[in-house]
Design a protein around this ligand. Structure first.
Ligand code: NAD
Ligand code: IPM
Ligand code: MN
Length: 356
């Protein structure tokens, strides 16, 4: 029987609670298939690990992860360690070190979930945000001079490379060609940001010419935020820079009914390195340890992992099991229900087994 090796990094806070359910669903999916098994290896890299070892992961952490078919990650960051240290010690080095340049984040209003947007039925919101994941506003380039003096200078450079910009926009447009309405929306801000964003627009327009079957439009990020609320039914694929995509996908999560249901995949489309799958939300310190976190975002990220691993039917089955669970009213508190994290995981596994 084939074995697929998956590295699990539960991380911090609710990360541990939701990855446990994701792993159970993946195991159930493999049982259902019968043709392969998952071998999970769990790594304790987290803020707790940092407090003990002075680093978020061992120095050779990336080399260790490189041998796995995929990485299943919970959340990184906790009030015990400054965020820029924890995130730049674990999550961001993996995304960047493995050149996971596509951050794919679906936005879907699922059955049994009420959107805060009035009169939106399940299925009426369904699009995907493609976020650039290795450069842009998260460049790690800059510095601080004359710290603490009246002359203090702080610089953070935004870096857009031609290769980085072209490849993310091209990926998004190729994806949009497979959507029924073939719509691609580019998030820009070329009115106020006068170097990087006009360059982004230029690349977007050039790529649009190479994909003539698409209906392509650039929308300023401020207006786009409003359109996510007022006309979310109009999007198929939205492509955005690193920071714009980050902000847009928490907004996307909100219109899906809860940050707890939003999924994400950090992909190396060329498959030179393992890709990483994680929910959009963070470690949720305010509810951690209570067993009430919504595991749906993490389970739907497991679904994206199955798709990436070449198991599209199993991925579809997991998606249907999650939708059936929510439609049956098994929901955590963030969705107005009273189910625990574990109960939602149980229900998804049961629905998956029923659906066989
Ligand atoms: P957060 O996403 O952790 O929490 C925001 C709000 O959403 C909180 O009220 C929380 O209770 C709620 N929430 C989040 N996940 C939920 C779930 N599964 N079920 C129910 N409710 C949920 O964002 P934050 O508070 O800004 O960040 C907390 C920490 O997580 C910070 O250290 C931050 O840097 C980190 N973070 C990590 C990731 C990641 O690892 N991918 C993503 C975002 C934030
Ligand atoms: C996310 C998170 C991360 C990001 C943070 C924790 C660095 O918000 O995955 O959306 O901004 O990419
Ligand atoms: Mn985010």
């Amino acid at each position: 029987m084939d074995t697929i090796d998956v590295a699990v990094i539960p991380g911090d806070g609710v990360g541990e609670e939701v990855t446990a359910e994701g792993v159970r669903v993946l195991e159930a999916a493999a049982r259902l298939d019968g043709g392969f098994r998952f071998a999970f290896r769990t790594f304790p890299w987290s803020c707790a690990y940092y407090l003990e070892h002075g680093r978020m992961m061992p120095e050779d952490g990336l080399r260790t992860l490189a041998d796995f078919a995929a990485i299943f990650l919970g959340a990184v960051g906790y009030p015990t360690v400054p965020d820029h240290i924890s995130l730049w010690g674990l999550l961001l080095p993996i995304r960047r070190g493995f050149d996971q340049y596509v951050n794919l984040r679906p936005v879907e209003l699922m059955p049994g979930v009420t959107s805060p947007l009035r009169d939106r039925e399940s299925g009426s919101i369904r699009f995907v945000v493609i976020r650039e994941n290795t450069e842009g506003e998260y460049s790690n380039s800059g510095g601080r001079l004359h710290t603490g003096t009246p002359y203090e200078v702080v610089v953070q450079n935004t870096v857009f490379t031609r290769m980085g910009t072209e490849r993310i926009i091209r990926y998004a447009m190729e994806l949009a060609e497979r959507w029924p309405r073939r719509r691609i929306t580019g998030a820009t801000k070329s009115n106020g940001i006068n170097h990087t964003m006009p360059f982004w627009d230029e690349v977007f327009r050039a790529e649009a010419e190479r994909h003539p079957s698409l209906s392509a439009q650039l929308v300023h990020i401020d207006a786009l935020c409003a359109f996510f609320v007022t006309r979310p039914d109009q999007f198929d694929v939205v492509v955005a820079s690193n920071l714009f995509g980050d902000i847009l996908t928490d907004l996307g999560a909100a219109i899906q009914g809860s940050i707890g249901v939003a999924a994400s995949a950090n992909l190396d489309p060329e498959r030179r390195h393992p890709s990483m799958f994680e929910a959009v939300h963070g470690s949720a310190p305010d509810i951690a340890g209570q067993g009430i976190a919504n595991p749906v975002g993490q389970i739907m990220s497991a679904r994206l992992m199955l798709e990436h691993l070449g198991k599209p039917q199993l991925a579809e089955a997991v998606g249907q099991a999650v939708r059936a669970t929510l439609a049956a009213g098994v929901r955590t508190r963030d969705l107005g229900g009273s189910a625990t994290t574990r109960e939602v995981g149980d229900a998804v596994v049961a629905a998956l087994e029923r659906g066989r």
